[in-house]
Design a protein around this ligand. Structure first.
Ligand SMILES: Nc1ncnc2c1ncn2[C@@H]1O[C@H](COP(=O)(O)OP(=O)(O)OP(=O)(O)O)[C@@H](O)[C@H]1O
Ligand SMILES: [Mg+2]
Length: 309
């Protein structure tokens, strides 16, 4: 089997007394979008910056594209072949989009065509606009374009859509998906559940410097998401009493009556009991989502801003 694109074994990073990354191990395979999902301060940026050879590890083994991040020659090789969108992407405010991209391209011996990048990212009518005058979404788009100037095999995107409005976030997701289709391996950090669910082939959930679990979204949901539920809105005590005769596991939370959904017969039994007794209630089937996985593993949810709640 060929070597994984990224191999991390027992990585630890300490800042003084604080252990920001606490003995984590994982692999990223070629061609996948791998998401590091966790709240603010979980150790996401610290980990990516070690993978990008921008910070030394305290201990552990890290190999990227077949090279060690602590070997000087290896670092040179890695830097040529990776693209980086840092968490706080900044370009030169007074230079135009095109001038900025040309400046980034000039840092490499071999670079992609700036003109092609401009077309690929729909920036043609913005080429002569100064960076400072772009909207947040366009700045981020220039940032992703800039991360591709050296035609990298592996791209690190550190919170690429934080602070963007929903429509622009969707457009950015499209760009990230297109990168994967063109064969890039992508390491994405995010605190957005929907982003990880939408984009990632595999997700590592990181909490307080530790990896709580790793898997495909489907695997994580199947393993930690809990059961599917049938919920009868405002079913009340009478529905609760009725269903209790047919099901062991009925709950009544603020009037919403819930039973586990294992197969369609559960639904038939519940509905015919209700019809017989003339009980009416609105119904929905609740399927577990990544949020539920996260809550189960971490014991809290993440707010829009990335805070633990
Ligand atoms: N250079 C540094 N010196 C000291 N402590 C640091 C440094 N960089 C990060 N930390 C601390 O390490 C921990 C992990 O930070 P890190 O930036 O890796 O988290 P993160 O998951 O990227 O968070 P966010 O979602 O806010 O970007 C935090 O407690 C942070 O305060
Ligand atoms: Mg960060």
């Amino acid at each position: 089997m060929p070597e994984a694109t990224i191999t991390v074994e027992h990585l630890v990073k300490k800042y003084g007394d604080l252990t920001a990354v606490d003995d984590i191990s994982f692999e990223v395979q070629s061609g996948e979008i791998f998401a590091f999902l966790g709240p603010n301060g979980a150790g996401k940026t610290t980990t990516v910056e070690i993978l990008e050879c921008l910070r030394p590890p305290t201990s552990g083994e890290v190999r990227v594209l077949g090279q060690s991040v602590t070997d000087r020659k290896g670092v040179e090789q890695i830097k040529k072949r990776v693209g980086i969108l840092p968490q706080e992407f900044a370009a030169l405010d007074r230079l135009t989009v095109e001038e900025n991209l040309k400046l980034f391209a000039a840092m490499y011996d071999k670079s992609a065509s700036v003109s092609q990048l401009i077309d690929m990212f729909g920036l043609r009518d913005k080429t002569k606009v100064r960076f400072t005058n772009l909207s947040g979404g366009l700045k981020q788009r220039v940032g992703i374009a800039a991360s591709l100037v050296n035609n990298p095999d592996l791209v690190f995107l550190d919170e690429p859509t934080t602070g963007l409005d929903p429509e622009i976030r969707r457009a950015t997701w499209q760009i990230i998906n297109d990168l994967r289709k063109r064969g890039k391996t992508i390491f994405l950090t995010t605190h957005y559940m929907d982003e990880a669910q939408e984009l990632a082939n595999r997700i590592a959930i990181i909490v307080k410097g530790k990896i709580a679990t790793i898997g495909t979204p489907e695997e994580l949901i199947a393993k930690f998401g809990g059961e599917k539920l049938i919920v009868f809105k405002n079913g009340g005590d009478s529905l609760f009493g009725t269903l209790h005769r047919f099901f062991d596991n009925v709950s009544n939370v603020n009037g919403d009556v819930t039973i586990p959904y294992t197969d369609v017969r559960d639904l038939q039994v519940a509905l015919s009991a209700m019809t017989e007794r003339g009980i009416r209630a609105e119904m929905e089937i609740k399927t577990p989502r990544l949020d539920d996985v996260f809550l189960k593993l971490a014991g809290f949810r993440i707010t829009e801003g990335g805070e633990a709640r």
